[in-house]
Design a protein around this ligand. Structure first.
Ligand SMILES: [Zn+2]
Ligand SMILES: [Zn+2]
Length: 126
């Protein structure tokens, strides 16, 4: 969706951001770092052009954790919401977390990453 404007915010509402499409490479990432940071089966992301990403409020509340040499994970230091992942090796892109978008993202997730560490407890079985 070219030129689409995306809006996102954290759980406490202190941080809000916007970015513009086109959205690329939507993914569920099952790497163990995403599982730890999100406390969930995966981190789910949408890649957008970094130049379009701006904080509308609360930038001072955002802390980055360096999870690897190049990986930076931005989160709200008040509520802990994970906001984005970015790489210092590809400054042109940023991966915003799909769950922080509002209204909810209506596109599809097109990729699964690190399926070798996808939890055995996913999906639901009864
Ligand atoms: Zn927050
Ligand atoms: Zn990951």
């Amino acid at each position: 969706m070219d030129g689409e404007v995306l809006h996102g915010s954290c759980l406490c509402g202190g941080v809000a951001y916007r970015a513009e499409g086109p959205v690329r490479h939507t993914s569920h990432c099952y790497c163990t770092m995403c599982q730890k940071q999100h406390g969930a089966a995966s981190g789910t992301y949408a890649n957008v052009a970094r130049a379009t990403f701006v904080f509308e409020r609360g930038e001072a509340l955002v802390t980055e954790y360096a999870s690897s040499d190049h990986g930076r994970r931005g989160f709200c230091k008040v509520c802990g919401s994970t906001l984005y992942w970015r790489s210092t090796q590809s400054e042109d892109r940023i991966a915003v977390t799909l769950g922080t978008l509002e209204p909810a993202y209506t596109g599809t997730v097109v990729k699964e990453l690190h399926v070798d560490t996808k939890p055995g407890w996913l999906p639901v079985r009864s």
